[in-house]
Design a protein around this ligand. Structure first.
Ligand code: GFB
Length: 314
């Protein structure tokens, strides 16, 4: 991408889109489209009109609603429908306006529940999905397949990145619907403030997840836009995983909470382990920069500065 390339980040101000936006600006990309009014991604006509008017050259397709295990169980239809609509409209509009390249952001929940670990892209579509996020994962798989189909039929340079579990500034810090790191951070922050003697942590604490800081995801997405072109999806991971118990203990330290962590086995564990084989990305010369502990510290600082008041009163 040239520094004056027309770039559209197709998102709803989610954490990944915002991090890509920040990173592009820091790197001197000047022509980021949609800052003065973004189109609705679920309105085909509005989106097509936006594409025709602004003629993006590069598209980061990182829109579509997402949420943690709670949201996935409560709102499977909302999550699936939103992602299907967004993916169809964004990919088709990009094709119709002859973009130079589109990066589609997949999800690690697209891998089968009983996948060999660390997960390799050759395992996609080889088994049954994890039931707690089947609807969302099906929509994300459809997005991957749709971007591949547009490459095959229309020659659009589409690529797909599959990130590990993303966390960081800009995340949804609600308690019920958010991903595990944001949820536990808020719970422990509130428990510290109100001097509660324990915090409920869902599930057994045994599942393992690979987490990646959102700044690294943004960095890798821009790197891939510049250095990768293939129909084969590419994993985007940090290279290490941790159990939910270990994560909860780390968050406890970062927040400075001294109460008890009370695990609730009646809540779902979800997939037992999600860890990505990111050898191909590393071989291209990309490296993550932000280790887990530092990422948690940056995230907590952002939460304190930006939303703990709002979250407390909502
Ligand atoms: O981030 P998360 O909600 O989603 O993490 P997944 C769920 C894991 O964290 C489960 C445990 O093992 C939960 O039992 N956990 C413990 C908690 N306490 C909490 C809590 O307070 N809130 C939450 N949310 N979890 C996601 C999908 O699966 O994977 C998303 O739901 C997305 O759609 C993402 O695709 C990549 O890692 O299980």
């Amino acid at each position: 991408m040239d520094r004056d390339a027309r770039i559209f980040i197709a998102d709803n101000h989610g954490l990944i889109g915002e991090a890509i936006r920040r990173r592009l600006r820091d790197d001197g990309y000047e022509n980021i489209l949609g800052d003065s009014g973004k189109p609705s991604l679920i309105d085909a006509r509005e989106l097509q009109e936006f594409f025709s008017r602004t003629l993006p050259e590069y598209v980061f397709a990182v829109g579509g609603k997402s949420g943690g295990i709670g949201a996935n169980q409560k709102l499977p239809a909302d999550l699936m429908l939103d992602n299907l609509l967004v993916d169809c409209h964004v990919i088709d509009s990009a094709y119709r306006c002859a973009v130079k390249k589109l990066l589609y952001m997949g999800s690690s929940c697209c891998y089968p529940r009983a996948c060999l670990q660390p997960m390799q892209v050759s395992s996609l579509m080889t088994g049954v999905l994890e039931s707690t996020n089947e609807a969302y994962a099906t929509a994300k798989l459809a997005g991957i397949k749709l971007s591949q189909a547009y490459r095959q039929q229309h020659g659009v340079d589409t690529i797909t990145a599959i990130p590990a579990n993303v966390f960081g500034p800009g995340d949804d810090f609600g308690v019920e619907d958010s991903h595990v790191i944001a949820a536990l951070m808020v719970k422990m922050h509130q428990a510290k403030l109100f001097q509660n003697d324990h915090v409920d942590v869902w599930g057994s604490g045994a599942p393992r997840r690979e987490f990646i800081y959102v700044g690294d995801v943004a960095d890798a997405a821009i790197f891939l836009m510049n250095h990768y072109s293939s129909p084969v999806p590419i994993n985007l991971g940090s290279g290490s995983d941790a159990s939910i118990r270990e994560i909860a203990e780390l968050i406890k330290e970062v927040v400075g909470y001294s109460g008890e962590l009370r695990f609730d086995p009646k809540k779902p564990d979800g997939m037992p382990l999600k860890s990505l084989d990111s050898a191909e990305l590393l071989a291209l010369g990309w490296q993550p920069q932000v280790p887990l502990r530092l990422g948690l510290e940056k995230t907590y600082r952002w939460y304190l500065e930006n939303c703990h008041r709002k979250c407390l009163t909502s």
